[in-house]
Structures are given as structure tokens and as C-alpha cells.
Design a protein around this ligand. Structure first.
Ligand code: EAX
Length: 323
């Protein structure tokens, strides 16, 4: 009996060791909370990778910028010190300049348009542009359409944002556009934004409802305006060498898992967009739903001319007119 137990114990221990050796652990992270559109994206991805590889790959998930902000995380993935990250395109232009065409304000009519472009040939070709920079871009996902919040005044038209000090992402296209509107731009990594708003270092910031809600910006911002001024894509990024090490079947499993993550992510953004205004009003925010978007588009004409020069009018039109 005792011997039997011993043998059983030893077998179990060996089994555990063998199991551990056969499992590769990889990290993925986000700057927002687990209970968010980004949280469901990476949680779903992790679950699907485990399922599709029979548990041979375990994805460890980290939230709230605990492994660093988006730029730092993309850098870590490029260097290979971290296998994976899920990020907005905020800091992406520093790594893949071509991708910044997607960050142009009022480029997409609505989420359906943006999703169709990203899932179609334009978006899929763009994913390939990450490869020479050391990344395998697994799939596009999203933050949604960005809206402005602040503590100074209600925003309804471009004149209202003139002179507002706003945190922006570290993104040259965004910065150029907001400067053209007369905003005093303060680029900053996302994990610092809550405190900056709380301490009044900046008057406001802009983000989709999904981010505003999950980051609890309602606690530190009075006004919300549904400016919807720019679509904010997100992306699943993996270190290219790590991806190349996978068998072809496992590579496919990672890509499919990311696509499942995107489905869950988009569904959550839709849900947040549907319930967000009522929720944030309930939290005490004063919400302007009737923003003069046409006036914002007009105010950005100068910036648009610059973008056309930089990215090519035909390339921008191809996205605008995509059906
Ligand atoms: O990805 O930096 C930002 O404002 C992003 O939208 C946020 O980190 C979510």
C-alpha cells in the first residue's frame, strides 16, 4: 500500500514536471481594466489559445498597465522581452509609420465602415507591414470612436475646444489634428491620465466610451461631448521570432484565437456605446450628444491637406470610399 502510494506520487510528480515542460507560457497585457472591451479581448484570446493548442500554450494576462504603457509594451514585444501585447494604435506610428493613415480624424463613417476596412484587403495588407519591424500582427480589434471629456466647459463646436489643455496619445496624426483645432496638446501614456485629470495637469482627454467607463474618468471629468472625432483601432501584436517558432498549425491557432478576441471586443464596444451615455449621466457627467460634427470636419480642413500630402490623397480616398 505504502509502496503503491509512493509510486503513484512519483508518477504524478513526473507527470506534473512533464506537463510543465510541455507548456509554453507567454504574456499579454493591456492598459485598461480587465472589465473592459480590451479585457474581454485578451481573456478570450488566452482561452482560445489554450483550447486550440490543447493547453500547450498558456497566455498570462495583465491589466491596468501593470506591465507598462502601450509604447513600452510594444517596445518590449519588438525586443522580444514580452511575447504579446494588445494596444491601441496610439504609439504605433513610432514603429510602423504607414499605419498612422488609420488615425486620421473623420476618416471612417461608422464602426461598420472601419471594421470592413480593417477586415478587408487594406487592413490585412497593413498587418503585413508590421513584419519587417519585428512584429507579427495577429488581428485588428478596436477601442471605438473617441469622444472628448473635460472639466472646463461643455463642448458643442470647435470654438469650445480652443485653448483647452488636453491629454492626447503619443500619436503625431492626433496631435497635428488637435493642434489645428486650437487644443493645447499634452501627449502622455494612458496609465498616467487618471491622475493628470484628477490633479488638473490637463483639462481633458479624449477616448471612446468603453475606455471612459472602464477607466472611471467620470470620477474626474464633468463634461462629455460625443464628438466621435476619430476611430481608434486596436491591434494584437506578437514578437515575430516567437510567432515564427510556432508550428504552422499553432500559428493558425494564434491567429484564430485573436480573431475570436476581436469578436468579443467589438461586441463589448457595441454594448458600451449603446449603454454608455445613460451610464455616465448616472455617474453625474453632463453629456452633449448634439455636437456640430460638420463644423469640426471643416475646422480640420488645413490638417487634412497636410495628411493628404503625407499619406497620399488616393490612399485616403480608398479608405473613405471603401464599401
Ligand atoms: O487603449 O491611450 C489611450 O488613450 C488609449 O485609447 C487607451 O490606452 C486604450
Amino acid at each position: 500500500m505504502k509502496l503503491h502510494r509512493l509510486v503513484l506520487g512519483a508518477t504524478l510528480a513526473l507527470g506534473l514536471v512533464a506537463g510543465a515542460a510541455a507548456q509554453t507560457v507567454m504574456k499579454i497585457n493591456i492598459s485598461t481594466a480587465q472589465n473592459s472591451h480590451q479585457g474581454v479581448a485578451i481573456d478570450t484570446f488566452a482561452k482560445e489559445v489554450a483550447k486550440r493548442t490543447g493547453g500547450r500554450y498558456k497566455i498570462e494576462t495583465f491589466y491596468n498597465g501593470s506591465l507598462g504603457g502601450e509604447r513600452e509594451s510594444i517596445e518590449a514585444v519588438q525586443l522580444g522581452t514580452q511575447a504579446l501585447t494588445f494596444s491601441s494604435t496610439g504609439p504605433v506610428p513610432n514603429f510602423v509609420p504607414d499605419a498612422q493613415i488609420l488615425d486620421i480624424p473623420f476618416l471612417f463613417r461608422d464602426k461598420a465602415h472601419a471594421r470592413a476596412v480593417l477586415d478587408g484587403p487594406i487592413g490585412q495588407d497593413m498587418l503585413k507591414k508590421f513584419e519587417p519591424k519585428g512584429f507579427k500582427a495577429l488581428a485588428w480589434a478596436e477601442n471605438g470612436f473617441r469622444n472628448m471629456t473635460d472639466n472646463k466647459r461643455a463642448i458643442k463646436e470647435p470654438a469650445d475646444v480652443k485653448g483647452l489643455k488636453m491629454r492626447t496619445m503619443e500619436n503625431p496624426v492626433h496631435i497635428a489634428a488637435y493642434k489645428a483645432l486650437g487644443i493645447i496638446t499634452t501627449p502622455m501614456a494612458f496609465p498616467e491620465v487618471f491622475t493628470a485629470l484628477q490633479q488638473g495637469t490637463v483639462d481633458g482627454q479624449e477616448n471612446p466610451l468603453s475606455v471612459i467607463i472602464s477607466a472611471k474618468f467620470d470620477q474626474v471629468q464633468k463634461y462629455l461631448a460625443l464628438t466621435g472625432h476619430v476611430y481608434s483601432p486596436c491591434i494584437f501584436l506578437m514578437n515575430k521570432a516567437e510567432f515564427d517558432k510556432l508550428s504552422p498549425a499553432d500559428q493558425q491557432a494564434f491567429i484564430e484565437a485573436a480573431k475570436e478576441g476581436t469578436k468579443a471586443n467589438r461586441a463589448r464596444v457595441d454594448e458600451d456605446d449603446a449603454k454608455g451615455v445613460e451610464y455616465l449621466r448616472g455617474k453625474g457627467m453632463q453629456v452633449e450628444t448634439n455636437v456640430d460634427k460638420a463644423a469640426f470636419v471643416k475646422a480640420l480642413a488645413g490638417a487634412d491637406a497636410e495628411f493628404e500630402k503625407k499619406f497620399g490623397k488616393a490612399n485616403i480616398e480608398r479608405i473613405r470610399n471603401f464599401k
